[in-house]
Design a binder for this molecule. Structure first.
Ligand code: THU
Length: 147
């Protein structure tokens, strides 16, 4: 087994999508955010092994707890379109610093893409790149259901 790259940015070089197209899809999704309560807009764009992009935005609700994050809307869209081989996600928010995915989204992403690479970009242009496994160590996964 190859050792994981020290810098996950390197792993993004092999994506079959133009990096700017990918980030633009996340930015375009952010523009659709429905976030009158937090005023934080988030856009997420998943990319699969063939270079297809699936985006989503956060959708808040007057019953606050029913809010759905951008990442979970993106994964719902990918699954609905039949995409399973997801390799990376870009998450862009209106906050200055990069927004890392919440715990619930980490778990939902883990179900479909345990080896996902996660790129987060803040409004200040700074980026963080992690692997999902680093963000959710010792995750509960489908195989842990036993049987
Ligand atoms: N949010 C996301 O869309 N993704 C995350 O991973 C964290 C938080 C949204 C939910 C809510 O609309 C707003 O950011 C503030 O929590």
């Amino acid at each position: 087994m190859n050792p994981p790259p020290k810098d996950w940015n390197e792993a993004l070089d092999g994506l079959l999508v133009d990096r700017e197209d990918w980030l633009s899809a996340a930015r375009a999704a952010l523009e659709h955010a429905h976030s009158p309560y937090s005023d934080i807009r988030v856009g997420a764009a998943l990319v699969d092994r063939s270079g297809q992009i699936f985006s989503g935005c956060n959708v808040e609700n007057a019953s606050y707890g029913l809010t759905i994050c951008a990442e979970r809307n993106a994964i719902g869209r990918a699954v609905m379109e039949g995409a399973r081989d997801l390799v990376a996600i870009a998450i862009i928010s209106s906050l200055e610093a990069p927004l890392l995915p919440c715990g619930a989204c980490r778990q939902v992403l883990m179900e479909f893409a345990p080896d996902l690479i996660v790129l987060c970009e803040g409004a200040d242009g700074s980026t963080l790149v992690h692997s999902l496994r680093d963000l959710l160590p010792q995750a509960f996964e489908p195989g842990d259901l036993g049987g």
